[in-house]
Design a protein around this ligand. Sequence first.
Ligand code: ZN
Length: 287
Amino acid sequence: MRIANLSSRLVLLKRDRALDVEKASDGRFGPNPQSVYERWSEFTRWAADQDASAGDPFDPRDLGPAVPRPPQVFAIGLNYANHADESGLKLPENPMVFTKFVSSFTGADVEIELSGDTVDWEVELVAVIGEGGRDIPASEAWDHVAGLTIGQDVSDRTVQFWGEPAQFSIGKSLKGFAPIGPAVVTLDELASVADRSDLAIGCTLARADGSTEVLQSGRTRDMIFPIPELVERLSALVELLPGDVIFTGTPDGVGLGRTPRVYLEAGQSVTSEIEGLGSIRQRYVAS
Ligand code: ZN
């Protein structure tokens, strides 16, 4: 199933239709798209019997962040070897973890204000935690993943590299810098379309003159720490909570890694796609 946030209400999506969960469940489940992860197994049992194609047509621009207020947001730096290379940074021996503050979360088809002239793109697979816990072994990690979605780890490189050490969390948490969506796709739904450990991932730039350019094109199998290992290593240190999200890092092709460096300009848009999950699109405007 595909779980989304439509105008701040929890919905199930099927193609161009959205089924409002509170109405369809006669109030058994509330409208808050974040609360569902606290009752994950109960919710999935109920949702399995629903037909979202009986829902209403919707405008994708009304899709808010698929997971709007995660209790914890983990983001992993340098999780693809080619991206670590292009960044001129060493491969990490342990996952490099920072956060994206939740006030930066936004929807699947939105405008983002450029905070300056060094705003960069990073398409990322985002894992959403269902049942939380501590000390979850990698072999059981997928049982704790509610689903997957698409994120852009939008980054202001000037703020990120203010001083030493770098300021990843704040440089990646400016207004609108964490679009995620369009929906949280559950693992059973993904099973029919792809190997969940090896998804095509990429993003494409569209310029104001109509020209386009593929910015990033990779495969999630190239992660240094795949999702099960991230769950094991994170949960060995902190308790994972229902509705947490993990931005799992970006493949190569970011603007910072180019010679000369290239950053986003007003009037451009970036479409980010992951196999089986759909796409999200952000238009960048001057602030
Ligand atoms: Zn990133």
